[in-house]
Ligand binder design. Structure first.
Ligand code: SF4
Length: 386
């Protein structure tokens, strides 16, 4: 049976507060029966508190509504994010006074408070689930949707995958993209050719490893798979291979399954706010012009269905290319807008596929609009200049 995804459109029929997204969040929380589910629960609200001068993350007005609903239901809420984002969060409007609950670094101020979960995957042997996640009894996963340089798209899955792990595991998840070999030095012994390969990349994504001459290192985050470097590389020396990119997405799905294993069934809800979407993650510490029209707010018990629905709605919109930073290089104009933004191997749907394979939910969903647009009848007479 398809999972229900409750949806609030960013569009309004009329200029009325009840038709705007914070009001639609209230309706979604009612549909998810949040108040009835949190009595005496210690509730973590996992969100991204951004960094430095970023301002596109979830506005406190939304977070405060979630906090209040949890308090109304007799739960004990707290907000959590990784330590380098919670440090200074008050400068971006996230404080105890504003949100109405404490804000904690999810794995402690030094990233040393975690529970280790054994689960070998490529170069990762165990997953350090953040202490404040595992100690909580109920999860509200509240994600700001945006592009992401490693996986094309950051939403509810990515919010947990990276944001609920201690720093060491976050680093290992990124490093796992280098597990499958892509550089074969015996096919390119010539230093001059290696220099030309590096120079061929407009994104400076492929560089010679300074500590290990003869080895080329691919910064996957910067690579949009344009293929220019392949023209400079001798045959067989370099692969730009989907497996390296997909490794990060699969690692994210495994990470989320370890996170969710610490909650009993039915003790989590997931929310996506798809507004002010930027090309890269909120942890970059700044906000660009929005690169997509707002797509609205989504809520579900099923994290996979939520992501699928969010991607499908965003997929009906078009990239606002004129809002991209001037250095951005779009060379691929097929498929999902996030794919066009970050390249074909960073297909945003891939993570939902891995998450479904991990048993985290279903990609089949029923979209329930919590406040459908009302048809507005215009006056029958034509416009006449006054
Ligand atoms: S595929 Fe394009 S972006 Fe990626 S490393 Fe090669 S030249 Fe750079």
């Amino acid at each position: 049976m398809p999972s229900k995804v409750f949806y609030g459109s960013p569009r309004q029929s009329r200029l009325e507060a009840k038709e705007t997204l914070p009001a639609k969040l209230d309706l979604i929380l009612e549909q998810l029966h949040l108040r009835d589910r949190v009595k005496d629960e210690r509730v973590i609200i996992k969100m991204h508190t951004s960094n430095n001068i970023g301002y596109a993350t979830i506005h406190p007005i939304f977070v405060r509504k979630v906090v209040q609903a949890i308090k109304d239901g007799g739960g004990k809420p707290f907000v959590a994010d990784v330590s380098w984002d919670t440090a200074g969060a008050e400068q971006r409007g996230y404080s105890t006074e504003v949100l109405g609950c404490p804000i904690y670094p999810v794995a402690g101020p030094d990233e040393k408070y975690y529970y280790e979960h054994e689960r070998p995957y490529k170069s990762i042997q165990s997953w350090k689930v953040a202490g404040f996640v595992q100690d909580a009894s109920f999860m509200v996963n509240f994600a700001h949707v945006k592009g992401h340089p490693s996986c094309g798209f950051g939403g509810a899955l990515k919010n947990l995958a990276l944001g609920c792990m201690a720093g060491e595991t976050r680093g290992q998840m990124h490093d796992a993209m280098h597990y499958d070999p892509y550089w074969f030095p015996e096919k390119c012994p010539d230093a001059e050719t290696r220099r030309k390969i590096a120079e061929s990349c407009p994104a400076e994504a492929i560089v010679e490893d300074k500590k290990n001459p003869g080895q080329m290192h691919l910064h996957m985050e910067q690579c949009n798979q344009c293929g220019r470097c392949l023209q400079a590389a001798p045959p067989g020396s370099l692969k730009i291979d989907p497996v390296n990119f997909h490794t990060f997405m699969e690692a994210c799905a495994i990470s989320v399954s370890e996170v969710m294993s610490t909650f009993e069934a039915g003790k989590a809800i997931h929310l996506n706010l798809a507004t002010l979407m930027t090309p890269v993650c909120d942890c970059f510490g700044f906000t660009t012009m929005p690169i997509l029209p707002d797509s609205g707010i989504f809520g579900s018990d099923d994290i996979v269905a939520l992501e699928q629905a969010t991607l499908d709605i965003i997929g009906k919109t078009k990239l606002i290319e004129e809002n991209l930073p001037l250095v951005w290089d779009i060379h691929f104009r097929e498929g999902h807008p996030f794919c066009q933004l970050h390249g074909p191997y960073k297909d945003p749907y891939k993570m939902t596929e891995y998450a479904e394979q991990c048993g985290l939910g279903s990609r089949e969903y029923e979209l329930v609009d919590v406040y459908p647009l009302e048809k507005v009848e215009r006056a029958a007479l034509p416009y006449t200049p006054a």
